[in-house]
Write a protein that binds this ligand. Structure first.
Ligand code: GLC
Length: 753
């Protein structure tokens, strides 16, 4: 037992306690077992081996600019043996990955195990809804569970690190990668980021069914000018800190293992060499100790940005700024050894990066058992298990948002005589897995048609027609579709985007339904039968043509493996839709970026557009469209109805260390049990800087039986009122505030505080 007392004796000769304590304080720091392991390994490594530990390379599935000669598996194995690779990403299969680990452990000089990474953004084989869809559930437990299922399937196949969650806030539906995030709001986005980290990593990163996360893309990648992929990002530090940074910070606080720097520049410096982001904020302010990797070749791409002149400068800038691992530039592997030898960069930066890399492998348990990830028996039993499909179905149902149901056509009756299913996504299985689902297989997807067929009675006839394609203006299928509509009692339309129309490198300047699908819907609606429109997409779409139309509309995102079952449960009322939008749906793409927490301006529009919007008034408005979105952030209907009582506050003022309780009584006034997302927004009337018209500061998803009422309360503290004040200090200011509580971000149900 080596305690403090023994330590004093060990130092012998100290004749006063003060000297003894001094001696202890000056003694070499006791290294933990982990640190001892890392230092011992580091001391044996050659410079080339150190730089090899910083080189992360792709396997068979390329997710970046195509390489002239992609590495063959023989190449990869040779590089592993030579200690030139720290890990491989976007490969899979327990047998294959065990072999790669054996090559590393048994055939390389130091036997350091491999990281096996992959873009498991919303499921490995059991594909769940795209993250923007899952975010519409506002169900943090369900979101966490979804990530946990993905982690278990990854671990079973041998993947020990996922390049997820993507936590980039975005208010621009033109940008294809909104599909991967949690929408426009930092409060909701932060809670979801933390839930996903907990889901993937669990309570023990070394467990055989949890994997490391990689928080991406740091930072503010979701704010590219004009919504154009990889485009310039430039904003005030206040906006960066208030809107874009919170989810990354929440991920750090949730224990995220790694970060990924983003492609974009920020304020003139590429994120991959941005010391303000990577060092000042991430390390010094937030205390992140983990590993930072680049994005695909983003180190070398700084030459394209024009912030460096060559590969050496790029490598030095990235490593010094705090990027520890090089994904696909091969600069750390090939240039760093020469640069260190030539004194162009201090070895301490290399050692720091290697320590973080070895620490990650240690935390994953790879030094204890390099083969714990990837087991063929587990792979066979876990992947696409009944339980995993049930989890996918649960989150898929909760992700669907009822946008309109004016004639209560929904829910449909299961004994409907004839149902017409029209649209390219009715029988389809390929598109429903959505973006970033390359290990998912179409054969495992339940189509909309299959889901409906399983749900309805034997006597129900289902007529189908594609009607229109996803890619071209060919209308030759319209006649058949109209005929199906004429022969049906009700029509279900399954329309939307192809999976590749969102995700990376998928910005769209026109965010309407692609090709001739809008016209197809118009032609079918003209037949006059009841119509249900299911929209499948990776982003908010411009759906203004459906405003004031009798059709019912469900926003369905990309729902993944259990698409058909989730759709059937909602369409036929076995599940009452409870989704609420995590991102505004614009009336016109010209409104973008559009978001609920906007600033008032000095000439805010007072009208209500009852006049022709083309009126000229010197106020902040358009002349050809309303300011408001078609469907706002937080919006979602139900098959039942809810009413809110007036907001009550238990006191009218509070000091910094007090709190106020705001409450409403929610009543389910309809005939169906249902869930409501009760949202609480705060508005700071006057601040030392201008403040948004409101900000989400609390929500509760509540299940009420038909006719049931319940009091819902929110505790408001000074921290809810804090912001970056004029001097950029964080805190609240005395003043008057409004409390809004309602079912979406346009609620006017408020109380002054
Ligand atoms: C891609 C993406 C990133 C992904 C990485 C590896 O370019 O930007 O999100 O994780 O490369 O596939």
């Amino acid at each position: 037992m080596f305690g403090l007392t023994a330590c004093l004796i060990a130092f012998g000769g100290c004749d006063t306690p003060q000297k003894a304590i001094q001696a202890v304080q000056n003694a070499p720091k006791m290294l933990s077992e982990k640190e001892q392991k890392i230092e011992a390994l580091l001391s044996k490594m050659t410079l080339d081996e150190k730089c090899g530990q910083l080189n992360f390379v792709v396997g068979p599935i390329l997710t970046g600019p195509t390489l002239q000669n992609p590495p063959t598996s023989a190449d990869l194995e040779g590089q592993i043996r030579a200690g030139q690779i720290t890990g491989i990403f976007n490969t899979n299969g327990a047998k294959n990955i065990r072999h790669l680990q054996e090559v590393a452990v048994k055939s390389s000089r130091l036997g350091i195990p491999l990281l096996i990474g992959a873009d498991i953004i919303h499921g490995y084989k059991t594909i769940t809804p795209i993250p923007l869809g899952e975010s519409a559930s506002w169900d943090l437990a369900a979101i966490e569970k979804s990530a946990a299922v993905a982690a278990a399937e990854c671990a079973a196949t041998g993947i020990n690190l996922t390049f997820a969650p993507m936590v980039d806030i975005s208010r621009d539906a033109r940008w294809g990668r909104v599909a991967e995030g949690a929408g426009e709001d930092p409060y909701l986005g932060s809670l979801i980021a933390a839930a996903r980290v907990r889901g993937f990593q669990g309570k023990n990163l070394a467990a055989a069914n949890t994997i490391a996360t990689c928080i991406k893309h740091f930072a503010a990648y979701g704010a590219p000018e004009a919504g154009r992929e990889y485009n310039t990002v430039d904003m005030s530090e206040r906006r960066l800190r208030e809107t874009y940074l919170p989810p990354y910070r929440a991920a750090v606080e949730a224990g995220a293992a790694t970060f990924m720097s983003s492609f974009n520049e920020l304020d003139g410096t590429p994120a991959t060499a941005n010391e303000f982001l990577l060092d000042k904020i991430l390390r010094k302010e937030w205390g992140f100790k983990g590993l930072v990797m680049s994005d695909w070749a983003s180190i070398e791409e700084m030459i394209g940005h024009g912030s460096v002149a060559n590969r050496n400068e790029a490598g030095a800038a990235a490593l010094k700024a705090g990027v520890d691992m090089d994904m696909m530039s091969y600069i750390y592997l090939k240039e760093l050894p020469k640069m260190v030898a030539a004194g162009q960069i201090d070895l301490k930066f290399v050692d720091q990066a290697v320590r973080r890399t070895l620490a990650l492998k240690y935390d994953l348990g790879l030094f204890t058992n390099p083969y714990q990830y990837g087991d063929e028996a587990t792979e066979a039993s876990v992947i696409l298990s009944k339980e995993n499909r049930a989890t996918a179905l649960d989150i898929a149902k909760k992700s669907i948002v009822l946008l309109q149901n004016p004639n209560n056509v929904l829910p449909l009756k299961k004994d409907t005589k004839t149902i017409g299913l029209i649209g390219a996504l009715g029988e389809d299985k390929v598109e429903h897995n959505g973006t970033w689902s390359f290990f998912g297989e179409a054969k495992d997807v339940v189509s909309v048609a299959e889901g409906i067929r399983e749900k309805v009675g034997k006597s129900t006839k289902i007529l189908t027609s594609r009607g229109a394609d996803l890619y071209n203006m060919d209308k030759s299928g319209f006649a058949e579709a109209v005929k199906v509509a004429e022969q049906s009692d009700v029509v279900v339309m399954a329309v939307g985007e192809a999976a590749v129309m969102s995700g990376e490198a998928a910005s769209r300047s026109d965010i309407r339904l692609p090709a001739a699908q809008e016209d197809l819907i118009r032609a079918v609606m003209a037949v006059g039968k009841p119509v249900v429109v299911l929209t499948f997409h990776g982003r908010p779409l411009e759906l203004s043509f459906l405003e004031n139309q009798p059709a019912s509309v469900l926003a369905c995102w990309s729902l993944g493996t259990e698409t058909g079952h989730a759709i059937a449960d909602v369409v036929f009322g076995d599940y009452n839709p409870s989704g609420h939008l995590p991102m505004s749906f614009p009336r016109k793409v010209g409104q973008v970026p559009i978001y609920y927490s906007y600033k008032n301006t000095g000439r805010f529009y007072k009208g209500n557009y009852s006049e022709a919007p083309s009126e000229r008034v010197y106020q902040s408005k358009y002349r050809d469209v309303k300011n408001t979105p078609l469907f706002p952030f937080g919006y979602g209907l139900s098959y039942t109805t809810f009413t809110y009582s007036d907001v009550k506050l238990d006191q009218s003022e509070m000091t910094n260390n007090q709190s106020i309780t705001a409450s409403i009584t929610l009543t389910n006034t309809g005939k169906m049990d249902g869930e409501e997302v009760v949202q609480m927004y705060l508005k700071d009337d006057v601040g030392s800087v201008t403040r948004p018209v409101r900000e989400l500061k609390g929500f509760q998803k509540v299940m009420l039986k038909a006719g049931e009422s319940r009091e819902i309360t929110f505790k408001i503290t000074a921290s809810d009122l804090a912001f970056y004040r004029k001097d950029m200090s964080w805190g609240s200011e005395a003043g008057q505030f409004k409390v809004f509580i309602g079912g979406n971000s346009e609620t006017m149900n408020h109380k002054k505080q």
